[in-house]
Design a protein around this ligand. Structure first.
Ligand SMILES: [Zn+2]
Length: 314
């Protein structure tokens, strides 16, 4: 027998699935998600599991059973209220979205709950994306939409800012996380950070015993606290500590990557549970990614960091 979706997501995305179990238990599933993953099929499995939670007939505390008729039909993509749209050739066209809307109307399904999953959402044409904007701006409580992409920077910012953004790390990293945790005396959060920044076990082990990295983690963590609390000391901190810490380009990029992952690791859960502003979170992530691009374009590290503080704080 094939593995149940709920077991598959637990195995592939242990951290994210336990986070979403909490979200579902509190009945806090929101109407629009933007899911970024380098492995689009892994994001697809995850979105189907969330779709099951909406339609499951035997749900317990909003968690899908995986076994009822609806759950099974969703997995085999034979359930009319869960629709998947994929690129038709190079793009997802506005006609594809219109067709779906028409189907909903014709079959009287507009009065029922439904889920729309858009695979490779970065391939939506601007008009296709715009045709969905109205819906995500004025949710009707009936439709849930999941945009899946391998690169959320290529999604229209109007869509980005209106969705809750989720980052799924590659499934290989889940295995790496389990392996490194077993052999390390670091805290769970510290191991998670290292794994996010490593491609292999060798690299993860190297990082965990690297003196520069360990002091960088502590320094960036203080910077993150200031930024998170909108404390203006974050500004002075750049010159006092970060400039000395990031001596070359490689270290400077790593500092920004540490910060990015601290945001993701520390705040994603709070955002999903509605205890941290989604706008503030999305804005901070976007600002850090932009800072990285500026550094690539040879803006000085100090300027990049100071602009980052300015944009996060004001
Ligand atoms: Zn079920």
């Amino acid at each position: 027998m094939e593995k149940l979706l709920k077991d598959k997501v637990k195995e592939e995305q242990p951290r994210l699935s336990s986070l979403f179990e909490k979200v579902l238990l509190k009945n806090k599933l929101t109407h629009a998600y933007l899911m970024e993953s380098k492995e689009i099929e892994s994001a697809y499995v995850f979105s189907l599991w969330l779709a099951q939670s909406i339609f499951c007939e035997e749900t317990e505390n909003h968690l899908p059973c995986g076994l009822c008729n609806n759950c099974q039909r969703i997995v085999s993509q034979d359930f009319p209220d869960v629709t998947t749209i994929e690129p038709d050739g190079q793009t997802i066209k506005v006609d594809q979205i219109r067709d779906i809307k028409q189907t909903f109307i014709r079959s009287g399904m507009e009065s029922r709950k439904k889920a729309l999953i858009i695979k490779n959402a970065e391939k939506m044409t601007v008009s296709a994306a715009n045709s969905l904007l109205k819906f995500i701006e004025e949710p009707d409580g009936m439709m849930h939409i999941f945009f899946l992409t391998n690169n959320s920077n290529r999604i229209l910012s109007t869509i980005q800012s209106r969705c809750q953004q989720i980052y799924l790390h590659p499934t290989s990293k889940s295995a790496l996380l389990a392996e490194v945790s077993k052999e390390s005396s670091l805290t769970k959060k510290q191991v998670e950070l290292i794994v996010e920044l490593s491609e292999s076990k060798k690299k993860a082990v190297e990082l965990s015993s690297d003196e520069w990295f360990n002091s960088a983690r502590e320094t960036v963590s203080k910077w993150f606290q200031y930024l998170d609390k909108k404390n203006a000391l974050a500004f002075i901190f750049v010159q006092q500590h970060l400039v000395k810490l990031g001596k070359d380009k490689e270290q400077q990029f790593l500092i920004l990557d540490i910060l990015l992952n601290m945001y993701r690791l520390e705040l994603k859960e709070q955002v999903a549970l509605d205890s941290f502003s989604k706008e503030r979170y999305n804005n901070a992530i976007e600002v850090i990614i932009t800072a990285r691009k500026k550094l690539e374009a040879n803006v000085s590290f100090q300027n990049v960091c100071e602009q980052l503080v300015w944009q996060v704080l004001y």
